[in-house]
Design a protein around this ligand. Structure first.
Ligand code: KG4
Ligand code: ZN
Length: 359
């Protein structure tokens, strides 16, 4: 079964073709991603309207490129799967409208995919791992701990009450005068740094629920930077190293707590699985901390390859194929959703806004 996937929820325009066998094995036939860093660079962050326009301008070409690379025609497809949320509404509408038009014109099934579910199920495509498992999503837009019980069944254990971890890396890089994306820049600088020079806070450490908070950590870096200005390369490296260590230790503490909650459901030590997804999973210091933790708690650690950890459409096509295999498709009236929690029963970590839970 071949599925075309489309992803436009943030600043990557992506299309992919994925095959799923009857026994549930996946294979990527094409995976095209176009990042928009150039368009947003001068603003120091993603501008939603610019992102939406860039998606409009290049999505058709990227879909064609994916179909050409996979060497398939629309008649060979079983469905078109598209990210319908959560994300920036303008970009979501571009992807969803394109997918609906294709589904209607070509007589294909439509599958509306939750972007977080796509991240959550990627290990099924890359490693053949099936639920249940514990999942940490750490990206520029999301920081969540989820118990993946089955396709379509998730329990949210923890989330951030303010910044996502990748966002905290990006803002820290910006305030230290490093380039974007900030995560890799901070990691490069941190390699030459001495983390013990600065005592930074460990937000949420010891709290009873595995939630996250990174705004205070970023502010602490800003305060140290302001009191030292002008900063030498050594100051920047030491601050980056201290930030990374504080972030890694905080995340490890929260994951330890989530593991304690999930242990019973995930079986005996050695049979439990822990998955990290999202762009920040590329961070060496974080991975080392989480690998040590996983080993000591009896969890096997799985991290999809970097190109499938960051935003892509292969994960969307795969999640769509998993849903389609269960007979779950959507009508042409399915809406785009800026907010779309994977676990609708999760109690909000921080109050409600007009559109629902804020975190
Ligand atoms: O998953 P992703 O590609 O996109 C979304 O946010 O949806 O994640 C991008 C985030 C950015 O914030 C980037 O700075 C961060 O992942 N990142 C890293 C590293 N590589 C990428 N953060 C820390 N260390 C890295 N090596
Ligand atoms: Zn993502």
């Amino acid at each position: 079964m071949l599925v075309l996937g489309i992803e436009t929820s943030c600043d990557e325009t992506a299309a992919a073709v994925v095959a799923r066998s009857q026994s549930g094995h996946g294979r990527i036939r094409a995976n095209i991603v176009r990042a928009q860093w150039e368009e947003h660079r001068r603003y120091g962050g993603v501008v939603p309207e610019i992102a939406a326009r860039a998606h409009v301008e290049c999505l058709d070409g990227i879909v064609s490129e994916a179909m050409r690379t996979a060497d398939v025609g629309f008649g060979d497809l079983a469905a078109v799967a598209v990210t319908a949320g959560p994300g920036l509404i303008g970009g979501l509408l571009v992807g969803l409208t394109t997918a609906k038009a294709l589904a209607m014109a070509q007589g294909l099934a439509l599958v509306a995919v939750n972007h977080l579910e796509a991240h959550a199920l990627t290990v099924g495509l890359t490693q053949g791992l099936r639920p249940p498992y514990l999942l940490l999503i750490v990206s520029g837009g999301h920081t969540q701990l989820l118990l993946v019980r089955d396709v379509g069944r998730y329990r949210r254990l923890g989330t951030t009450v303010d910044d996502a971890l990748g966002e905290a890396f990006d803002k820290t890089a910006k305030l230290l005068g490093l380039g974007q994306p900030g995560g890799p820049a901070v990691e490069r600088s941190a390699r030459h740094g001495h983390p013990e020079r600065f005592a930074l806070p460990r937000p949420m450490l010891g709290r009873a629920e595995p939630h996250f908070s990174f705004a205070g950590l970023k502010t602490a870096v800003r305060q140290r930077a302001q009191s030292l200005a002008p900063l030498s390369a050594e100051d920047v490296a030491d601050l980056c190293a201290a930030f990374e260590v504080a972030a890694a230790q905080t995340v490890a503490d929260r994951v330890r707590l989530a593991m304690a909650t999930a242990n019973d459901e995930l079986g005996a030590p050695g049979r439990r699985h822990f998955v990290i997804a999202g762009g920040v999973a590329a961070n060496g210091r974080l991975r080392t901390a989480l690998a040590e933790l996983a080993a000591s708690a009896g969890y096997a650690l799985h991290v999809p390859p970097p190109a499938l950890c960051t935003d892509n459409a292969a994960m969307v096509a795969w999640a769509g194929a998993e849903r389609l295999a269960r007979g779950w498709t959507d009508g042409l009236d399915v809406p785009a959703r800026a907010r779309w929690p994977l676990d609708p029963d999760a109690t909000p970590a921080l109050g409600f806004g007009r559109l629902g839970a804020k975190a």
